[in-house]
Design a protein. Sequence first.
Length: 449
Amino acid sequence: MGNSLSTANGGWRLIYASYFSGMLTKNTANLSLALGAVPSGALTSAAYANVLSAGSLAYTLGKLFGGSFADWCGGKNTMVLSHLIMGLSYIGMSTGKPSPKKLTVLWFMSRLVHAALWPSCSILHKQLFMGHERFKSFAALLSTSSRLGAFAGSTVGGFLLARLGVWNRVIGLAGMYYVGIGVLIATTLKPENGYKKMLGQAKDTRHPETQETLETPEEGKEQEEYTIELRPDGWRRALSDPKLWLVLIGNSLTTPTFELVSLLPQYLSDTVPSLTTSQVGSLGSLFPLMAVPAVLTGAWLEPQLTPTTRMLYYVGGELLTLLSLRGLAGKPGTLSPTKVGALLMMTMYGFAPVMYIPPGAFIAKFAGPYTGSFSGCMDMGGNLLMVLFYRWIPTLKERGGWPLVLKVYSGTILLSLCSFAGYFYLERQDPLLESPFERRVKVEKKKKQ
């Protein structure tokens, strides 16, 4: 089959480890603040909400500029910088006297550089495997690094916090680990050794979604060669494409539910007060964990789906998420740990495929030379929405408790469902075959003398 995931001097594994570690340390730090800093008095509940809000604002700014920075600076350089700055921010949070201002500033810094990590992963993954016949499967598999890392962060964070009993020591260990992974990447990752598809090959006659042959060259007839040129009106064509905006809006509206993991320690403590710290971490980890089987199932089904069944599959998944969120909106004391765990797993299982697979595949084809920029912008709107959410949540809790908060979350999923349904409908009518920034130009062959 050619190059596999073990090629490029372990490059694919290092990309996976990078984002996995980013989510692991982020969730470990977040859980330590929620279940360590707040109970100890280092942060009040309002101050903790301000920390989360500042982090979402930083993540939004990072998504706005981080992708373009990664395009300019390079995927590997951006990845290493993200590791060093984010890891040192955690170490800074763990040293000296804690204060709300200090924790807010350092959390802001960590989230700012974390935002550039996925664009850098996307750039490196495209450099290594874009020409591979299993690129789409590799991309879906790579996306599981996020939720597996979040699962590991909640589990490990809960265990360390229960074992060590000191929240800032847990954050310090997370920071040292993350810096170590950055150093490993800086010294080991070699993108130039990745899988390379030969340039100047015959025109690909397969439909990019169904992989069905669009045209078959006559036997014995020499196939024509093409080169890729940038279109002068590429930006106008891209920004006027409604499918781009439907994907951006649909993906952004899933972000609040995606970031629900940050609120789960508080939600679980309030909803099921009998849980211990370690149990809160373990139960909360079920939420991100379910993204892995959900995405892998979606990646396996994707090549077999027709345009109609593709819409039904992804939209149906969001409907499952909506119903699960409504179930989690039950009154505190009426939900058992088993029921909460099952509903959390169904929530993630429903919307994870539509969040991870269609947007990534769309951007890989659509963005052309601007993969990093568009990958960053894909999440920008959602994180700006989260800035508002973290500001609203204390007010919503005062008015209607966690049931009202989760009903608002289910409303965003409903709007996302409608947006993605519009995208799949347009894609069924007019499939995306090439980037609006690029066009194929036939290479004129010299006649033999």
